[in-house]
Design a binder for this molecule. Structure first.
Ligand code: 4AD
Ligand code: MG
Length: 497
């Protein structure tokens, strides 16, 4: 098989490509087919004078997403998509697709979600899935190169890891079981066997949160390291994220271009991350600096809204008299303006809420999505917030020996408002303290018997973290919603397709 991505090796040679019609356009004696084969796009030209009547007639039948094979000569053409063109001599149809539902016109996101199984073929979704794949590959490489052992944690579990409120319950013969929220506890057991391990698997949260950050099923990478303290844990998380971002920047240029990703913020992640304590983060939230930033943001959005509305009026007025080409550009620009105005409206609705939330934030609370958004807007690099109030964190977090109110946990917040992509910390390694925490959280002691054994038989200081794959993809690709970062998202109200 020859793939479009490899056409450079076949200049002036005859090849056969197999794929689907991404787009087809007919003029008098020519049919222009943009062929999509999964590896790329290639403009292919069928000329009536160069092919048999049979081939010409077959070309005239083609529709969007029909499947076919094309044979022809590869010609270099810098203006053409992908840089090469196919001058077709033969064509074989696998199937003619009728009324493909996703046309080049604009579709609402609900419609696209209903057609997710087809939407995956579009250019943007293609690019996102490729970046996702590259991130997965880089994560495995990162850990494998450092001697970490990948372990698979169970998906049916008998106990809660991250608290009892977000569990999916299911029947397990005569018992109740839960879909795992995190592989961490099992990862800890394996770390005491192997030293350095990581899990990479699906996790489930029955949160009834309908936000752009929440899925009910998502993939998590959870390294766990014996003899690591919080600082070593943070250093590893930073090194891993830097490697992921650098590798995507170096290897996914085409994809980032398709996504029109502004890569400045990604480039910044090659710099050292900002580290601050929870207490410093709270002070920052409540500061005059934050209030000023939000004020300025609001003013600049209002100004931009006025300018865009004015431009919108002007080009709309011009439309009636405009020539065909100009009309086309006006339509495109109007679409851009509408999208931007929607974003501005959303910001203008949010800013007063953010202001309130930041100003009234009290030490001891957990950060909400908007608090994280505000913090990340003040730095160009990812932020690592460490030392959270123990009360808001999971039972297994070790307390700071110097301040009992504080847990040795860390969250990593991605810039540009993306917020938390990593949660982790040092684990409580003392049997009695851990037992007391399990009781305090009203967790069933019996179910944690095996976990407590880890503190009875060769307990050591250890740490780890969990990286949410979809939130990472979302940030790196610059997506607005986590639903586009996974092939078939599972969210509140979505179990199909
Ligand atoms: O902060 P979380 O809940 O931490 C844990 O599960 C720990 N056991 C990890 C560990 O220390 N081994 O989740 C970790 C990450 C979050 O930072 C976020 O990126 C992602 O998992 N995540 C979600 N992603 C999508 N949808 C959700 N509902 C998510 N909940 C968490
Ligand atoms: Mg968290």
């Amino acid at each position: 098989m020859i793939y479009i991505k490899d056409l450079a090796h076949y200049e002036n040679k005859d090849v056969t490509l197999k794929g689907w019609v991404f787009n087809v356009r007919t003029s008098k004696n020519l049919v222009f087919i943009i062929l999509r084969d999964g590896s790329g796009l290639c403009q292919s030209i069928v000329s009536k004078d160069d092919v048999s009547e049979e081939v010409w007639n077959a070309a005239l039948q083609l529709t969007q997403e029909s499947s076919l094979s094309l044979t022809g000569n590869v010609k270099k053409d810098d203006r053409s998509i992908g840089g090469y063109e196919l001058h077709v001599s033969d064509l074989e149809v696998y199937q003619i697709a009728n009324d493909y539902p996703i046309t080049p016109k604009e579709h609402g996101v609900e419609f696209l979600m209903e057609n997710r199984h087809l939407w995956l073929r579009s250019k943007r979704q293609w690019a996102i899935m490729r970046v996702r794949n590259h991130i997965i590959f880089t994560i495995h490489r990162f850990f494998q190169e450092r001697g970490f052992i990948q372990m698979d944690a169970p998906i049916f579990t008998g106990n809660a890891a991250e608290g009892t409120t977000t569990l999916f319950e299911t029947e397990y013969f005569d018992e109740k079981a839960y879909l795992t929220q995190s592989g961490q506890l099992y990862g800890e057991a394996m770390a005491l066997a192997q030293g350095l391990i990581y899990t990479f698997g699906p996790t489930f949260r029955a949160e009834k949160s309908k936000t752009r950050r929440h899925l009910t099923e998502f993939w998590m990478i959870e390294p766990e390291m014996a003899f690591y303290d919080l600082k070593m844990n943070m250093d590893l998380a930073e090194e891993m994220l830097r490697e992921i971002v650098s590798s995507v920047l170096d290897n996914c240029k085409t994809e980032l271009e398709i996504l029109e990703r502004n890569t400045t913020f990604l480039e910044n992640a090659r710099q050292p991350f900002k580290r601050m304590s929870y207490t410093e983060a709270v002070d920052m939230l409540k500061s005059q600096q934050t209030a000023n930033m939000l004020q300025e943001m609001e003013e600049s959005r209002i100004k931009e809204k006025d300018e865009l509305s004015k431009e919108q009026e002007e080009i709309k007025a011009e439309y009636g008299q405009a020539k065909k080409g100009r009309k086309f550009r006006i339509d495109a620009r109007l679409k851009e303006i509408r999208a931007r105005l929607d974003d501005i409206e959303e910001d203008l609705r949010n800013i007063p809420v953010w202001k309130e939330s930041a100003l009234n934030f009290e030490w001891g609370n957990d950060f909400g999505g908007s608090d994280e958004t505000i913090l990340t807007m003040q730095f160009d690099v990812p932020i690592m917030v460490y030392g959270y109030p123990a009360e808001v964190k999971a039972f297994y977090m070790k307390r700071d020996p110097e301040d009992d109110r504080i847990a040795l946990g860390v969250d990593v917040l991605a810039p540009e408002g993306y917020g938390e992509i990593i949660g982790g910390g040092q684990r409580e390694d003392n049997l009695d303290v851990l037992l007391a925490a399990i009781k305090k959280h009203e967790l069933p002691e019996e179910a944690f018997k095996w976990y407590l054994d880890l503190r009875k038989f060769g307990s050591v200081p250890h740490s780890g973290f969990g990286l949410g794959l979809e939130r990472t993809v979302c940030w790196i690709c610059g997506l607005k919603h986590v639903r586009e970062s996974i092939p078939f998202p599972r969210m509140l109200g979505r179990l199909y397709p």
